[in-house]
Design a protein around this ligand. Structure first.
Ligand code: ADP
Length: 396
């Protein structure tokens, strides 16, 4: 069974092709194009590359094309991307303006190009769908809640991979299995040991922290839109709701201009004034740039704030996992985030932390009660696995 996972940006197309034949999981091919101006051609070129690499001979050999879709109105989980779902995504374009429109366009183009191949979306909100009402409700009037104003949470594929992989690393196959079956049986898989508590830190271009109990999310730092939680690369992260009307009135700007500033000129870029990339900001901070140092400090404080919240909620933690571009690569930020937590049983091994770069590693000290992991993100594999399970369990 071959499943292509397509990652669609407004000007990029990246893909990975997985083969699940003979009960194995193999990555057959990966590739992509940046600065895409002609999307139908990019899809055509993707198919041509797969054929010239001899990983497929015909498009119809694909059992499915999977997509890491972001958010849709009243739809989550792993679903067939039909007209109804595309409309539900369009209904929430405003919540994910950088993601939903290119996905809708790209999915329609794939539907034209490979009409016989099922197109399946795993929504980024899916992993958080079983979080308790107390974790997802904002304290707003019922009329607001009725129109979907609540925490949805994102980065679901990444956090789900951490749920599965951390359980394996902690020698808990029962929890790994529960995490794997989550969207098939709504968490009904029984576990056989003590509760397993993991805090997953996806730190990258956009960042979120998720509390995971027995392989399922209990809550996450991102809220109704991917705009919230930790400071993002150029998006604001959490902000007092009153700041928006205050800035509009005081700065004499329109609400659209204020939204633009909050989504494009805020976050790490807004704070540092240097860049939206933690690598540049770290360089600048190391050279004495005070604003760059502030941006890093705010990022670290916010990450610790959310880790602390879930540490309490989970009654401790068996592991903290770092993933995504910054989480996997920045030993400095991991050290800052884990600093002075020995009283909570969280102790890094400085040497192991320093040498862990984008490879799976245990970076906690031998006497740390809480294991600290670096786990490279593998969101595409999660999408492919879920698409496969969807095909095998819910043939519709
Ligand atoms: P996302 O999918 O959320 O954009 P990625 O996993 O693609 O996240 O992460 C990309 C980000 O990772 C870049 O924007 C960069 O800031 C960060 N990054 C990559 N390498 C490093 C590094 N060595 N140190 C700090 N941050 C890094």
């Amino acid at each position: 069974m071959k499943i292509l996972v397509a990652n669609l940006g407004s000007t990029s197309l990246k893909w990975r092709l997985f083969d699940f034949s003979n009960n194995a999981e193999r990555l057959l091919h990966k590739g992509g194009f940046e600065r895409v101006t002609d999307y139908p051609k990019a899809i055509e070129d993707c198919m041509a590359e797969l054929k010239s690499a001899k990983v497929i001979t015909d498009e119809n050999e694909l059992s499915a094309v999977g997509f890491k879709t972001v958010i849709a109105k009243n739809v989550t989980g792993c679903v067939r991307l039909d007209e109804h779902v595309l409309q539900a995504m369009a209904d929430y374009n405003g919540l994910a303006p950088a993601h939903n429109p290119p996905y809708i366009t790209g999915i329609k183009l794939f539907a034209q190009r490979v009409p016989k191949v099922p197109l399946i979306g795993l929504f980024e909100t899916a992993f958080h769908q079983f979080a308790a009402p107390a974790a997802v409700n904002y304290a707003v009037p019922e009329t607001w809640r009725q129109i979907g104003v609540r925490r949805w949470g994102f980065h679901g594929a990444s956090h789900k991979f951490i749920a599965e992989r951390s359980a394996e690393l902690l020698c808990r196959p029962d929890v790994a299995e529960r995490a794997r079956q989550l969207y098939v049986n709504n968490g009904a898989t029984k576990i056989s040991g003590a509760p397993l508590r993991v805090i997953s830190c996806h730190l990258g271009g956009s960042s979120s922290v998720t509390g995971i109990l027995n392989g399922a999310s209990i809550g996450t730092s991102m809220g109704m839109s991917p705009q919230s939680g930790l400071p993002q690369n150029n998006r604001v992260g959490d902000l007092d709701a009153e700041a928006l009307p205050y800035a509009v009135k005081t700065l004499g700007i329109t609400i659209e201009e204020a939204q633009k500033q909050l989504t494009k000129q805020s976050g790490l870029l807004g704070l540092s004034g240097v860049s939206n990339d933690i690598r540049d900001i770290t360089d600048a901070a190391n050279k004495g740039n005070v604003s760059a140092k502030l941006a890093l400090d705010v990022f670290v404080a916010s990450t610790r704030h959310w880790i602390g919240g879930y540490f309490l909620e989970l009654n401790g933690a068996d592991a903290i996992a770092f993933t995504a571009g910054t989480g996997e690569n920045s030993a400095e930020l991991r050290a800052a985030i884990c600093a002075n937590l020995a009283n909570l049983g969280i102790k890094l091994d400085a040497d192991k932390n320093q040498s862990a770069r984008a490879t799976e590693s245990i970076i906690s000290a031998a006497d740390s009660a809480v294991k600290i992991f670096v786990i490279p993100a593998n969101e595409e594999l999660v999408v492919a696995r879920e698409a496969r399970r969807f095909l095998e369990t819910r043939k519709n």
